[in-house]
Design a binder for this molecule. Structure first.
Ligand SMILES: Cc1cc2nc3c(=O)[nH]c(=O)nc-3n(C[C@H](O)[C@H](O)[C@H](O)COP(=O)(O)OP(=O)(O)OC[C@H]3O[C@@H](n4cnc5c(N)ncnc54)[C@H](O)[C@@H]3O)c2cc1C
Length: 492
């Protein structure tokens, strides 16, 4: 009898439950999922990453005398922001004072606009954005709704600023409002974004522009792996990451509960795992979902992939020998450009149309000699295809035009290229009019695929799969934790 018992114990010891997990993508969502799994005793975790670096759309690079971010830069919000919550007691954030310091408005003929007038107009724009954000009863696009509300406001006697205002100024105000929304939400046009669906998303409270100072957003990975604040708690995630591993197919056609999904990479290598967490961007899904998954994904998920929005934004950083933007000793945060028709035409004639998508040139926290431009709109492909020399030339052309004087050349420049990178194909997701019409959304994007026993085999994480804060890094963390928790709870 004792022999039988020993044999049974030996058999059960050698048949440890297979809890293998492959995570595709080492952006913040994949990294967060790995952290949660390893912390819960899942040792057999591998992260396959197509790029030669960890981080995904968090791309902190050395520049000037510190680190700057080509992707995510600000911790947007302090209340209900999981990143702020896990870091702020141990990291002293900086801030870009976009709210506290008024913008400086310049016309493209080099004249300074009436600052009081444009600040009032800009405040009205902002109040309309906030109002739209809180009302989810609209049926049209964000652009249509903005214009409708603005139309009412301009006719309303309680807004005397619009009385006898030149129609051209109102047009400029509309253009700048769209430029801002296009950049902020990575849109080609604000008529593509659903007002109703965007109002259903949440925004974390408190300051929206917390900066990592000179250390950059990469610092967050030290908190997720718990190297910070207490190195003795460090969870080694980096050693689980295999770089330059572009996944080309995930065969999740598992026959029974013991079967595994098979993951194939571009270099011919293949892996097996009980669970796969897929985290690449919605841009990657849109282009490659048919070849990436065997069998093809469920119909409703495919509809959500096709219709939910994924746009592109861009950034340029210019470093100068010294700042020329705070010469009057007044606090300065940003130049906002007011384009005149002739100068728009000139920009188009010289393949500088991308510049019309720049919402502002603004200061960079802790880098006193640096200006950064943020852009959206329909010409990101032209921006990314232009040479570095052309980008510098175009930026200086515009800055000199708007400031009405010649300026020193920058001593360094760097910029993003998210749209043309096959591993991203854009910057972040947005709620589109197409998705509103199709009646699908984040729920379908996030839904896992289970085997016959109801266990999750193929799970989806990433910023676009978070119902509360899509588009953001904190959405990435939340989605990674959600997917990991789904796997963990399937063993309980
Ligand atoms: C210009 C820009 C500015 C932004 N600003 C902010 C900001 O200020 N604050 C903020 O909170 N958020 C910001 N964001 C958004 C934020 O960066 C993203 O929401 C977040 O980083 C997304 O993380 P993720 O893990 O979901 O996806 P990703 O970071 O895209 O991670 C997915 C990973 O999958 C990899 N991958 C893709 N295809 C494959 C494949 N076939 N095989 C293997 N691996 C693959 C990718 O290389 C990538 O590393 C910004 C983004 C951009 C681009």
């Amino acid at each position: 009898m004792w022999r039988v018992t020993i044999i049974l114990v030996l058999v059960s010891l050698t048949m440890a439950v297979d809890k293998s997990v492959i995570i595709i993508g080492s952006g913040i969502s994949g990294y967060s999922a790995a952290s949660r799994l390893i912390e819960n005793g899942f040792d057999d975790v591998i992260i396959l990453e197509a790029e030669d670096r960890i981080g995904g759309r968090i791309n902190t690079i050395p520049f000037s005398d510190g680190f700057i971010d080509l992707g995510a830069q600000w911790v947007h919000g302090q209340v209900n922001n999981i990143i702020y919550e896990m870091t702020h007691e141990h990291f002293e954030f900086g801030s870009t004072p976009f709210v506290e310091v008024p913008f400086t408005f310049l016309f493209s003929n080099g004249t300074k606009a009436d600052q009081e007038l444009f600040r009032t107009i800009s405040k009205i724009n902002f109040d309309i954005f906030l109002a739209l954000d809180e009302t989810d009863t609209f049926t049209g696009s964000f652009g249509e709704m903005f214009l409708e509300v603005l139309g009412e406001v301009t006719m309303n006697d309680s807004f005397p600023v619009f009385k006898d205002l030149d129609l051209k100024i109102i047009e400029t105000m509309k253009e700048n409002a769209e430029r801002f929304i296009n950049g902020y939400c990575a849109l080609k046009s604000w008529f593509d974004m659903s007002a109703k669906l965007s109002a259903q998303e949440d925004e974390a409270g408190g300051n929206l522009h917390n900066t990592w100072k000179k250390q950059g957003f990469k610092t967050v990975f030290d908190f997720i792996s718990k190297k910070l604040p207490d190195p003795s708690q460090h969870i080694d995630i980096d050693s689980k990451v295999q770089l330059n591993k572009k996944v080309t197919n995930i065969n999740y056609n598992v026959i029974d509960a013991n079967s595994k999904a098979v993951i194939t990479c571009e270099d011919g290598s293949s892996y097996e795992a009980k669970h796969v967490i897929f985290t690449p961007s919605l841009g990657v899904l849109k282009k490659y979902h048919e070849s990436l998954f065997t069998p093809t994904l469920p119909e409703q998920k495919v509809l959500a992939i096709k219709t939910w929005g994924f746009g592109a934004a861009g950034k340029v950083f210019l470093e100068f020998d010294e700042p020329f933007w705070s010469e009057e000793g007044e606090p300065f945060v940003a130049y906002e450009f007011l384009w005149l028709d002739a100068d728009k035409d000139e920009a188009k004639a010289y393949n500088r149309e991308w510049m019309l998508g720049i919402s502002a040139f603004y200061i960079v926290d802790e880098f006193p000699n640096m200006l950064e431009a943020y852009l959206g709109g329909p010409k990101i492909n032209q921006f990314e295809a232009s040479s570095d020399e052309k980008i510098i030339e175009d930026c200086m052309w515009a800055l000199e035009k708007f400031l009405g004087k010649s300026l020193p050349k920058p001593k360094a420049m760097t910029r993003s290229k998210w749209l043309s990178n096959e591993n991203f194909l854009g910057s972040y997701s947005y709620p589109s009019m197409d998705a509103e019409r199709a009646g699908v959304g984040i729920k379908e994007l996030a839904e896992s695929i289970n085997n016959d026993n109801g266990e999750p085999i193929l799970l989806f994480a990433g910023e676009a799969t978070d119902e509360k804060y899509p588009g953001n890094t904190h959405a990435g963390v939340r989605s990674g934790f959600r997917a990991a928790d789904e796997i963990i709870s399937s063993y309980q």
